[in-house]
Design a protein around this ligand. Structure first.
Ligand code: CMP
Length: 225
């Protein structure tokens, strides 16, 4: 059987069942304990990964050691493919935010599939284009949006990915520390905490350790715009 998380990836979505099973066979499972690093920015990369369990954060360090979190990935997300299309060092560091499992696929095992099946390559290009759109939007938010707006947007995005419906709204178990949340938003911990405290006082959300309950989605969405 094909792993349901693999089926969600652009890599597998263009394959029929027989081909998907064959490709799945070349993938190697790997477990990463919470806080451990799968690879570092600058390492040479020879495989891509699909998350099957847990959460992985992708981060980028500045010259002076500050860190920015590019994205938090969950089951069904693929990463590590940039060094396949553009051979070179890893462009980000991948660290497990919770105990996680991934399936790894060597670039050399993937290349024949890409050469023989243009529809797979097209899906991967589509995924890259989608990421570029998201990155452009994040860049423009950094320039034009204020910190509370960016906090609201980040929480809603985390909610879409990791949230579950409750009677009052959406419960988001993001598993990020306050520092990591600030790194995801691109602001200092103090400023992000101030924005969160303001949202709490307005009744828009409830804070818990490493999770949040979003209570007023409409107001948060308006603030995120
Ligand atoms: P690679 O460079 O091989 O290893 C790090 C991976 O992080 C990279 O491939 C992408 O899969 C992923 N990545 C890099 N930059 C971003 C970004 N801005 N948004 C989402 N994922 C990214």
């Amino acid at each position: 059987m094909i792993d349901e998380n693999l089926q969600k990836t652009p890599l597998f979505s263009a394959l029929d069942e027989e081909a998907a099973l064959a490709l799945q066979k070349s993938m190697v499972p790997q477990s990463i304990k919470r806080g451990n690093t799968l690879f570092q920015e600058g390492d040479s990369g020879d495989r891509l990964y699909v998350v099957t369990e847990g959460k992985i954060k992708l981060s980028h360090a500045s010259g002076d050691g500050r860190e920015s979190v590019l994205m938090v990935l969950g089951p069904g997300d693929m990463f590590g493919e940039l060094s396949l299309f553009d051979p070179g060092p890893r462009t980000a560091t991948a660290v497990a935010v919770t105990d996680s499992k991934v399936l790894g696929l060597g670039h050399t095992d993937l290349n024949p599939w890409l050469a023989g099946r243009p529809e797979v390559a097209q899906k991967l290009l589509q995924a890259l284009a989608h990421r570029l759109r998201r990155t452009n939007e994040a860049m423009s938010d950094l320039v034009f949006a204020d910190v509370p707006g960016r906090v609201a947007k980040a929480l809603l995005e985390l909610g879409e990915k990791f949230g579950s419906k409750t009677e009052a709204g959406i419960y988001v178990n993001h598993d990020l520390t306050q520092e990591e949340l600030a790194q995801l938003v691109g602001a200092s911990r103090e400023t992000v905490n101030k924005a969160l405290a303001d949202f709490v006082s307005r009744g828009w959300l409830k804070l818990e350790t490493r999770s949040v309950e979003l209570l007023d989605l409409e107001r948060l969405s308006k603030r995120a715009r």
